[in-house]
Design a protein around this ligand. Structure first.
Ligand code: FAD
Ligand code: MLT
Ligand code: ZN
Length: 474
């Protein structure tokens, strides 16, 4: 086995001494976004090419040193930061940030895994194409992280999760070999689909170094509306009407509970949140995209909102008149995670339930939590269009949030996840498992499924050097 100093020298030779960080403030790599864990690594290694990634993995495998792949470190489940042992290598992909090629006829873009999501969207838009994956972290998350977690975001109702957008991968295996899978084919039934095995594997099976992703034509018009609704049932009814009226033109449908919005108002008073005087329990952001024209889009949107008001499922609504106004409405929704972080440490539940059953789930679960933890504050918002709620829990006002998490997080989780099971839902819709939900996965996934997952892990990473302790207990 290679001693650490020898490994570090080897890594310096592979990627350049300037890109092996061992000293100074490494907190950006060692602490997770939610400040749930602070790790300590042996080094942060920043390769610039796929071949360099392969050399790093080979050296770490020879030294039996484990690797934590990291992109933008915006993950929500403590999956991209090292443990506290000081023995792991953080493999940061952010120097691999090239858009490699755009194929207009094949409607694909090939990119390095370390590309920032927003820069991919912008590069594609400049060429007249839409890369639809979108989320509030898009200014700092990377495509490798999006693929690693099979991220969802705000356009899933129309375009699907990251998985649905990916046509091929380039991967460095746990042995340091390179798998060139960037075919870009829409049809390929040649055995097991390794791409789908790697997507959502959270760095536990290999390092994604490149990907070929689907593109769409840029819509002629995109319209955003913000609506106040009298109940969660009404929001679900509005979603049904939006599907009927807009069909594939419905590209976003987000819901926000009143308390979640009140945190935005409290922590970002400069942000104008519509309809506060109505005190509606929920508001909704809807987005429609249209291939014809803005006039066509606006007419369709207005018909939908008028019909919804007639049926009583919308109390009031505003349709953005310009891109700036649309961005301002989206900004309200996208500021909720930051506002919640400002409010203090909190418990996140990233769950999915059949859309039709969400109101009943929330009613029953709210009641149980309020009874078991008096004063608890429920921060409920999310991607209603695809059945994904961020059903989060904040400590009672004025209480010690750290103590609440220490003492009450297991009880809160037990109630929420028991209800998720009863409703046939998922305990992780889009954020993944990481280390925060590893034990929960072991409790909520079937033993047969867990055994198959462990068999895959053993087969692809027999040394258990790829992000150990994440997703699975071995
Ligand atoms: P990281 O956090 O660095 O890593 C995440 C996981 O992927 C880790 O397990 C890591 O080991 C693995 N990984 C990273 N790169 C690679 C690679 N190249 N190869 C293999 N594995 C890799 N998520 C959503 O799904 N939808 C949302 O709407 C959403 N909104 C967010 C809003 C905010 C404000 C924030 C802070 C986060 C949000 N997230 C959301 C969570 C997060 O942004 C996503 O999970 C994102 O996909 C993570 O990308 P990243 O580059 O930051 O990955
Ligand atoms: C979101 O939808 O805003 C994200 O998934 C982040 C979060 O839940 O905090
Ligand atoms: Zn989300």
């Amino acid at each position: 086995m290679m001693p650490p100093t020898e490994l570090l020298n080897h890594l310096r030779k592979s990627v350049g001494a300037a890109h092996v960080l061992t000293e100074g403030d490494l907190s950006a790599y060692e602490q997770d976004w939610r400040k749930r864990e602070y790790g300590k690594c042996m080094a942060v290694v920043r390769p610039a090419t796929t071949e360099e990634v392969a050399a790093v993995v080979k050296a770490c495998a020879a030294a039996s040193v484990s690797i934590v792949p990291q992109g933008g470190n915006t993950g929500m489940v403590v999956g991209s930061t090292p443990d506290r042992s000081g023995t792991q290598v953080v493999l940061s992909l952010t120097r691999m940030n090239r858009v490699r090629a755009l194929d207009a006829a094949n409607l694909t873009v090939t990119v390095d895994a370390g590309c920032i999501l927003q820069s991919i969207q912008e590069a594609c838009a400049q060429s007249g194409f839409l890369f639809p994956l979108s989320m509030a972290s898009q200014g700092s998350c990377t495509l490798g992280g999006n693929l690693g977690t099979n991220a969802g975001g705000t356009q899933v109702v129309r375009y699907g999760n990251t998985r649905e957008l990916c046509l091929g991968l380039e991967v460095v295996t746990a042995q340091g070999d390179i798998w060139h899978g960037l075919s870009g084919l829409r049809k390929d039934n040649t055995g097991y689909d390794l791409r789908h095995l790697l997507i959502g594997s959270e760095g536990t099976l290999g390092v994604i170094t490149g990907a070929i992703m689907k593109l769409y034509p840029l819509p002629a018009a995109q319209l955003t509306a913000f609506a106040a609704v009298p109940s969660l049932e009404a929001a679900v009814q509005l979603l049904g009407m939006a599907h009927q009226h807009l069909s594939a033109g419905l590209t976003g449908f987000e819901v926000m509970g009143q308390f979640a919005l009140s945190l935005v108002i409290k922590h970002f008073p400069q942000i104008r949140v519509p309809f506060q005087q109505l005190s509606s329990p929920y508001c909704v952001v809807l987005e429609a995209s249209d291939q014809e024209s803005e006039v066509h889009a606006r007419a369709g949107f207005e018909r939908l909102l008028e019909a919804a008001m007639e049926q009583g499922c919308v109390q009031d609504a505003v349709v953005a008149e310009s891109i700036t106004q649309a961005q301002a409405l989206w900004h309200v929704r996208e500021s909720i995670p930051l506002a919640q972080a400002q409010e203090g440490l909190n418990i996140k539940h990233d769950i999915s339930i059949a859309v039709s059953r969400i109101p009943e789930f929330v009613r029953l679960t709210d009641a149980q939590l309020e009874q078991a933890f008096p004063g608890v504050r429920l921060v409920n918002y999310g991607h209603l269009g695809d059945g994904n709620l961020h059903y989060n829990v904040q400590a009672p006002a004025g209480s010690d949030a750290e103590a609440f998490l220490r003492n009450d997080e297991p009880g809160v989780n037990a109630i929420v996840y028991e209800m998720v099971d009863q409703f046939n839902g998922s305990i992780s819709a889009e954020h993944g498992v990481g280390s925060l939900k590893r034990e929960k996965l072991a409790q909520h996934k079937s033993p047969v499924a867990l055994n198959m997952m462990r068999a895959i892990k053993h087969a692809l990473d027999p040394q258990n050097i790829m992000n150990p302790g994440r997703v699975l207990t071995l």
